[in-house]
Design a binder for this molecule. Structure first.
Ligand code: AHG
Ligand code: MN
Ligand code: MN
Length: 355
């Protein structure tokens, strides 16, 4: 029988690679795994316990929050506020940096998270997820500051996601490859099921909300035709799959090969930066893609190199097989000069506003 490796054992084995480690980092990953198990339990019971349905609150983006969003948000916070491992947290559902309560000790990491991703899919029983990432504290003093949170993705200490699908999986990287664990509900443990995930060389899928093609730039439309084998050298078309939960779309493409994109447009939204949140979605998945041999771009360059200036800033995203993402960049460079100018100017303006 092959050895059964729990997420705890795997994290501890990884920790042994760093003899100077205090273990705080490993414990933190384990706390995240525990929060994931509790959220998974609520997700599967959602219809039974009357937790389904929209609450009256709206988040900073003006979107209606689902009750399960609030539950997940609270759960992750409560599991991590008292451990002494974090100096601050930041969540897609909170306007500002979340301080560690005064009665608890602080530590040297910042946790950023999207507690429930794909929340419009909760009520219809479609896969949803949680996304997290961890930056190291760089400021002085005990409490974390915005400076600690707003670091480029390149500097992440770890990132991962949980997908609540036909089974619950946690996938993470601490900079040493990407590893996937499947929750065995009968024993309540995440067991190593996907060791050292690599993006397959050949892509199978492209994933985008093509219903919004009308708002896309010419280059992105041509790129889509290229993926379909209509434009360019007449390649075999990729199949189109789109769930509308970023975690689930990314996860499928990570295992099967493909590209997910949510481009910036200049018509539907008031800014040319698309929909994905840099600090809660894009950085974490870009880090994982990079660790798995893939690539994530905002259409102009590597998402991991973007210097953030706002917790809630948005970014266009093209993520998956490197060759496909590079081709998207080429189409944008060749056909979307106006958009590139507008996007570059927008980013510069934002950077000035944030000082
Ligand atoms: P969230 O539920 O955290 O707000 O994220 C929703 C995101 C993401 O999960 C998904 O890929 C995307 O929104 C779907 O957007 P469209 O419905 O515009 O396609
Ligand atoms: Mn999300
Ligand atoms: Mn969310």
């Amino acid at each position: 029988m092959a050895p059964i490796i729990t997420i705890e054992r795997h994290i501890l084995d990884q920790q042994r690679l760093y003899p100077d480690s205090t273990g705080a980092f490993s414990q933190m990953l384990y706390d995240i795994a525990l929060s994931a198990k509790i959220i998974a339990r609520e997700t599967t019971r959602a219809g039974l316990v009357g937790i389904l349905g929209a609450s009256d609150d709206h988040n900073v983006y003006g979107e209606q929050q689902q009750k399960l969003d609030l539950f997940a948000n609270d759960m992750i916070f409560k599991m991590n506020d008292h451990t002494g491992r974090l100096c601050a947290m930041a969540s897609e559902e909170n306007d500002t940096l979340i301080p560690i309560p005064a009665q608890f000790k602080t530590g040297k990491y910042v946790l950023l998270y999207d507690p429930l991703d794909g929340s419009s899919n909760i009520d219809v029983n479609v896969s949803i997820g949680t996304i997290f990432s961890v930056h190291r504290k760089i400021s002085k003093g005990d409490q974390g500051t915005l400076e600690d949170a707003l670091q480029p993705g390149r500097r992440l200490a770890a990132a991962g996601y949980v997908v609540y699908g036909s089974s619950t999986m946690m996938v993470y990287s601490a900079g040493n490859g990407v590893h996937g664990f499947t929750l065995d509900p009968s024993v309540g443990e995440f067991l190593l099921s996907h060791e050292n995930i690599r993006v397959p060389n050949t892509a199978k899928y492209y994933s985008a909300n093509q219903g919004y093609e009308k708002y896309w730039t010419p280059g992105v439309r041509r790129f889509t035709k290229w993926l379909q084998g209509i434009e360019g050298e007449g390649r075999e078309p990729l199949a189109h799959r789109y769930i509308g939960s970023l975690v689930a779309d990314f996860h499928r493409n990570l295992l099967r090969g493909g590209i997910f994109y949510y481009p910036g447009d200049m018509q539907k939204r008031t800014e040319p930066a698309g929909k994905m949140r840099l600090m809660f979605e894009a950085q974490a998945l870009a880090f994982l893609a990079d660790q798995a041999g893939g690539y994530a771009s905002d259409g102009v360059g590597n998402i991991l190199d973007i210097q953030p200036h706002d917790l809630h800033q948005r970014v266009p995203m093209f993520i998956g097989n490197r060759d496909l993402v590079v081709t998207a960049e080429t189409y944008i460079r060749n056909y979307d000069q106006d958009w590139v100018k507008a996007y570059t100017a927008f980013r510069e303006k934002q950077a000035v506003f944030s000082g």
